[in-house]
Design a protein around this ligand. Structure first.
Ligand code: TTP
Ligand code: MG
Length: 360
């Protein structure tokens, strides 16, 4: 086994929305919830993009032609693909993730890795953070999110799939060895059907079986991938979470345990929110001139309002910069406020940045 004793332990969360496109459809039309539905698949050559879990019980799957899906499940409702709605839901999910940490690496519309090693929220517990993210996505986006928590990307991704749908599975550092040993080789990302068949022919079914082979032997059989297989069989994966997105805006928001009754109460919490924003800005937006400011409020009835104004600033924004926006936004004196947010937008600039989360 390669020596990993000196490497600091990371905390990685992998999140993946359950039957994502179908989940958005069920959210917007609850009558569909109990019925088998699939998105796409209409027309002569249409294939299914995804289907809900009731449809999966009939064997319907992604990439299946619509006709075949209907043969398996005659009651299947086929819905047209509506990308703008899925993209909007995806953005909402990603925004929630990025409020926890800036170290978010999206893999697709419905899936992302987070490196939460240095996050102090939720008492620093990645398990609590994952639970928190799942609850917020359920409440604010109206769909379910499965999450996996582990010391690296390889295991976090397996973990998020382990108790799907609507599941959370945690692999603690001390559980890694036992978990990986029994893991079937086809669960390893990158082991497709061909490699899996080859491994099975060699009587290698689990990661424990893989460990019985010398790395040189695996390289002889599988080329470069052989060494990777050897590392993964011990649960080792040091790929960093990569952030490729340039921040266009930075914001903070807070939901209050007790609603804020009026504008004065909002003004009273402004300095502490601003302090949080300044902290986030110093990490994320350093040196970038601020172009706009915005304030967001959510009333206790969940209606949400934002107000944005152009305000060029060279330094961090101050309380006085936000006061007029807040006063203009909180006009209804009778409605208590449950959430208050502050943010800045930057002037659009050149190429996207690429940051690596490194541990050394
Ligand atoms: P997935 O996360 O692979 O699948 P899913 O979210 O539908 O189901 P689950 O995660 O619960 O197993 O893909 C996310 C979305 O990407 C999916 O909702 C639809 C789209 N997609 C396609 O368009 N074609 C495909 O072949 C696949 C697999 C997904
Ligand atoms: Mg998914």
């Amino acid at each position: 086994m390669a020596d990993n004793a000196t490497a600091p332990v990371r905390k990685i969360i992998h999140v993946d929305c359950d039957c994502f496109y179908a989940a958005v459809e069920m959210r917007d039309n609850p009558d569909l919830r109990e019925r088998p539905i699939a998105v796409g698949g209409a027309g002569r050559r249409g294939v299914i993009t995804t289907c809900n879990y009731p449809a999966r019980r009939f064997g319907v799957r992604s990439a299946m032609p619509g006709g075949e899906a209907l043969r398996l499940c005659p009651d299947l409702t086929l819905l047209p693909v509506d990308m703008p709605r899925y993209r909007a839901a995806s953005q909402q999910v990603m925004t929630i993730l990025r409020e926890l940490t800036e170290w978010v690496e999206p893999l697709s519309l419905d899936e992302a890795y987070l490196d939460v090693s240095e996050v102090t929220a939720c008492k620093g517990s990645a398990t609590l953070m994952a639970q928190y993210l799942r609850e917020r996505v359920r409440e604010e986006v109206g769909i379910t999110l499965s999450a996996g928590v582990a010391p690296n990307k390889f295991l976090a991704k397996i973990a998020s799939d382990w108790q799907k749908p609507d599941g959370l599975f945690v692999i603690r550092p001390e559980d890694v060895d036992g978990f990986v040993r029994q893991l079937p080789v086809e669960k390893i990302h990158g082991v497709g059907q061909v490699t899996a068949r080859r491994l099975h022919e060699l009587s290698i079914f689990t990661c424990d079986d893989l460990r019985q082979q010398r790395p040189e032997q695996l390289v002889e059989w599988f080329g470069k991938q052989g060494y990777r297989l050897h590392r993964l069989a011990y649960g080792e994966d040091d790929r960093p979470v990569v952030v490729t997105r340039e921040a266009k805006s930075v914001s903070v928001e807070r939901t209050f345990a007790a609603d804020l009754p009026n504008l004065q109460a909002c003004q009273a919490v402004l300095p502490s929110l601003l302090e949080e924003l300044a902290g986030r800005l110093s990490r994320r937006g350093r040196d970038k001139p601020v172009h706009k400011l915005f304030v967001k409020i959510r009333y206790s009835d969940f209606s949400t309002h934002t107000l944005e104004r152009v305000r060029a600033l060279s330094g961090p924004p101050q309380v006085d910069d936000y006061q007029p926006l807040l006063a203009a936004l909180v006009t209804d004196a009778q409605r208590p406020i449950r959430l208050l947010g502050l943010g800045v937008r930057f002037q659009a600039s050149g190429a996207p940045t690429r940051q690596l989360r490194l541990f050394d």
